[in-house]
Design a protein around this ligand. Structure first.
Ligand SMILES: [Cu+2]
Length: 646
């Protein structure tokens, strides 16, 4: 009897142990892809957009690959899936299931997107410069712990210190150990030495990398040993696949071939290959939940590598929750990356997974975890992403209409209503001469400059039910049917926190402060300029209405589509309030100038005529659903923020 029970216990143990052994933390941010070959483009910058990428199908492959005019770049981001706390407008600490930043930690804390070029992402942490005792490691709660953030809002000195940290690489990224392979065969032709190892060579071994040819006590490699530079990789040879061989140039010639040397080795330097230090991932990732989830921003034509690392929910050790990333309403290349757990992969605790996206259509989207969506969204696993259009990369002074027409020669973006009734972004109905402005950006590929803006603000509407969060923290069954929002949030904050600059912090159950709500909701507009509000409603249970007092809202896009009919007429409308359901997004322009010096060009200077400009001052964005202007039992607060024209 005892033995039988012992076998059952062993069987259960191994059933859990096997998947656990298959998991580990990794990050991925390549510097070279089929779509962005490093020999044709700089993947760390957005090149000017002149013409579509030249694609050619080489005879040896079946797919088209770029051969010129490569557009876009590579972007990377790492996020944690886990739990944390946030502070509501009445001071209540509220428990979250949540995503947090594991890259771009400084940018996120400063309220910016955490999306980075590979040259920023692929940088191991090198120590914090600021503060009284700089650390070589990020510690729990960082960057808040290092700032020593004790005041809300942060003092200007603390904000300067935060900006000074300026670390936006992948948390935990570290060099993999130096790689040594034993040598099977080594030979020379002229002074070119070909080395064939007994195993595939170091990952990412490149021409120009250093290599050391060494030997134990043997002497048969005399003349070959020493430090050299790799001159070629992937060498066809008589013994093993090409990936086992490389070449370098020796200082002497006439060396004899040696096969099966007893102790010859080739050693390559330590390399960044996605290996991470799990201690850093756990120190920073546990309890670092943010509301809203980390902001993401990419440019059209980019490739985006997003690593989700599931650090577990330390307050709910009874749960084995997986998490996923679902880009809501976003045209995916493959269902594999869609994040719907029934139809694609989901990420287990102690594992990382890198999602891959192309950035096809400009617009404002949102994203969320797709595990038990009503629960994980209500608990906080939701945020925004936006895609900037190609039109931003048109050379200043060039015609926007011509640039938009050029996009019709690209099969992916061609939009000709007479042959494609589904295309949503046709050329403007009439030609125009509006040129790309010297500065500022555009929300869409409009071809007429009508979506021009000077400053942009993500504005994420959200609501929390404190009872649901409380029972979610205290191991009780959640009442889905009773869900009722009592906190109403803009960028994860209720008024008056919405107008607090800098990150909000919360003392969490691990005893340290975390920057739980990094994104302020202050709308700052220099007089005469235009602000783009990227508004998304992340709410699970309620419609939300937002009204503007004194500055008209011009709606230019809805659910990441330019408001334009098939004939190319703009269908923008001006309103003093918008209403969104959960999952919807709108692009709104607040223009502080009513009359421009050049009619039809919103980037031109504001007219000096009396009454052309909206007077500087403080205006309000607020909800006219008066019961949403509250913070739970407190009667004043909720869904409201300030528009400051100065
Ligand atoms: Cu989740």
């Amino acid at each position: 009897m005892f033995n039988t029970r012992g076998w059952i216990a062993l069987g259960l143990l191994s059933a859990f142990a096997v998947p656990a052994m298959a998991q580990s933390f990794r990050v991925q941010c390549p510097t070279n892809t089929v779509t962005h070959p490093a020999n044709l483009t700089n993947v760390n910058a957005e090149p000017a957009y002149t013409v579509p990428t030249t694609l050619t199908a080489p005879s040896t492959t079946t797919f088209q690959a770029p051969t010129g005019h490569v557009n876009g770049a590579i972007k990377c981001q790492q996020i944690s899936g886990g739990d944390g706390y946030a502070t509501m407008g009445d001071g209540t600490q509220t428990y979250l299931f949540s995503f947090g930043p594991l890259s771009g930690v400084t940018d996120i804390a400063l309220g910016k997107p955490g999306t980075q070029f590979p040259s920023v992402f692929n940088v191991p942490f090198g120590g914090l410069g600021g503060g009284a005792s700089p650390s070589n490691y990020l510690v729990p709660g960082d960057p808040a712990t290092t700032i020593g953030a004790a005041t809300v809002p942060l003092s200007s000195g603390q904000l300067a210190q935060l900006a000074g940290i300026n670390y936006n690489g992948a948390v935990g990224l570290d060099y993999d150990v130096a790689n040594t392979v034993s040598i099977y065969d080594i030979s020379e032709s002229g002074n070119t030495v070909t080395v064939v190892g007994n195993a595939p060579l170091a990952l990412n071994l490149k021409v120009g990398d250093p290599v050391t040819i060494g030997q134990g006590s043997g002497t048969d490699l005399n003349g070959y040993t020493g430090n050299f530079t790799v001159t070629a990789v992937n060498i066809a040879n008589a013994f093993f696949p090409a990936i086992y061989a490389f070449q370098y140039h020796a200082t002497t010639t006439g060396l004899a071939e040696v096969t099966e040397s007893p102790d010859g080795t080739a050693s390559f330097q330590k390399a960044l290959d996605g290996h991470v230090d799990p201690r850093q991932i756990m120190d920073v990732g546990v309890m670092n939940g943010n509301i809203p989830a980390p902001l993401m921003a990419i440019d059209e034509d980019d490739e985006f590598f997003l690593t989700l690392t599931n650090v577990g929910m330390i307050m709910r050790p009874d749960l084995f929750e997986q998490h996923t990333v679902h880009f809501h309403g976003y045209p995916n290349a493959s269902a594999f990356y869609d994040g719907v757990p029934d139809a694609s992969v989901a990420i287990n605790i102690a594992a990382s997974f890198t999602y891959y996206y192309l950035a096809p259509d400009a617009g404002t989207y949102f994203w969320h975890c797709h595990i038990t969506p009503p629960e994980h969204l209500q608990m906080g696993m939701v945020g925004q992403l936006y895609v900037r259009p190609r039109q931003n990369r048109v050379a200043p002074g060039s015609s926007l209409y011509t640039a938009r027409a050029a996009q019709n020669t690209d099969l992916r973006t061609a939009c000709i209503s007479s042959t494609d009734i589904l295309c949503s972004n046709p050329l403007p109905a009439t030609t125009n001469t509006v040129a790309r402005a010297a500065s500022g950006m555009y929300a869409y590929n409009d071809g007429d400059g009508s979506t021009f803006y000077n400053v942009e603000y993500p504005l994420q509407i959200h609501g929390f039910d404190p009872n649901f969060h409380f029972v979610g923290m205290t191991f009780n069954p959640e009442g889905f049917a009773d869900m009722k929002d009592k906190y109403f949030l803009l960028n994860g904050r209720s008024y008056p926190d919405t107008v607090s600059p800098g990150p909000l912090q919360t003392a969490s159950a691990d005893g340290v402060n975390h920057f739980s709500q990094p994104l302020s909701a202050i709308i700052d507009i220099p007089a005469g300029q235009r602000a783009l509000l990227r508004i998304s409603d992340l709410d699970v249970s309620e419609y939300q209405t937002l009204a503007s007092l004194g500055i008209p809202m011009q709606v230019i896009g809805y659910n990441a589509k330019l408001l334009r009919d098939e004939s190319g007429n703009n269908l923008y409308y001006t309103t003093n309030s918008i209403t969104l359901a959960g999952g919807e997004s709108l692009d709104v322009i607040l223009d502080t100038c009513l009359v421009r010096s050049t009619l039809g060009d919103p980037s031109s200077a504001c007219s000096t005529a009396a009454g052309a400009a909206i007077a500087p001052g403080t205006y309000y964005l607020y909800t006219p659903n008066l019961d949403h202007l509250s913070n739970d039992a407190e009667n004043f607060g909720g869904l409201m923020t300030e528009v400051r024209v100065h």
